[in-house]
Design a binder for this molecule. Structure first.
Ligand code: FES
Length: 237
């Protein structure tokens, strides 16, 4: 296979034709942050956290999907790049619940990690936030679409690795959401409950149903049962 030579941050690297800029940066051990990218999945390029600058044109490129070209010169940490990454993460945070203290993914959340890494301590953007129902009564998976950053890692995992396609994108623009077919509850869909989507979710949008959740679930069921049973006696008095 033919190879391509390019330069990243002044360091020359040779990679196979068809590689991405991110592949080349990895070869040089240059750290470029990513969110929607996952090494086991197809390329997606939605979050734009991995942007780098083409030093010749000044264009910003999503390094996880942009293919290398011969003689390319890339800046991975220029001021322009760092500003763009920060803005992109801030925009994600602007439509993300501020619940880190109670979120199960706190401490392992990739968005939280990036926020810290990029030194973001305020969100400059304010606006409407999406409000979707939370599905917490699945047999093993809880879905909170309000925390979803639309990276599509769960969708690609379910389709490309599990071959199930239990989750997919629906709606457009601001209303875009990852959900089940016909928006059915997790408990009613053709899901293998393998948990692969939970593993790849970078935030707290998909989490495992815990033992505590199961207790609440049982109490909820019990309450419903009590209501049905007590209704006739209430009418009788
Ligand atoms: Fe490259 Fe999301 S990691 S666009």
């Amino acid at each position: 296979m033919s190879t391509i030579t390019l330069t990243i941050d002044g360091q020359q690297v040779e990679v196979e034709q068809g590689s991405t800029i991110l592949d080349a940066a990895k070869k040089l051990e240059i750290d470029i942050p990513t969110l929607c990218y996952h090494p086991d999945l197809s390329l997606f390029g939605s979050c734009r956290v991995c942007v780098v600058e083409n030093a010749k044109t000044g264009d910003l490129l999503a390094s996880c999907v942009a293919p290398v070209a011969d003689g390319m010169e890339i800046k991975s940490h220029s001021t322009k790049v760092r500003r763009a990454r920060r803005t992109n993460v801030e925009l994600l945070l602007a439509n993300h619940p501020n619940e880190c203290l109670t979120c199960e993914r706190s401490g392992t959340c990739e968005l939280q990690g990036l926020t810290e890494k990029l030194g973001i301590n305020e969100i400059r953007f304010e606006g409407e936030q999406t409000k979707h129902p939370i599905d917490e009564f699945g047999p093993s998976i809880k879905r909170d679409p309000n925390k979803c950053i639309l990276c599509g890692r769960c969708v690609r995992t379910c389709e490309e690795i599990q071959g199930v396609s239990a989750l997919d994108f629906t709606q457009r623009g601001f209303d875009s959401v990852v959900t089940t077919a016909f928006d059915l509850p997790q408990a009613e869909i053709n899901c293998a409950n393998c948990g692969q989507c939970v593993t790849v979710c970078p935030v707290g949008a998909l989490t495992e149903v815990s033992e505590v959740d199961k207790v609440w679930q049982a109490l909820e069921d019990e309450n419903q049962h009590v209501v049905v049973q007590t209704a006739p006696s209430i009418q009788a008095t």
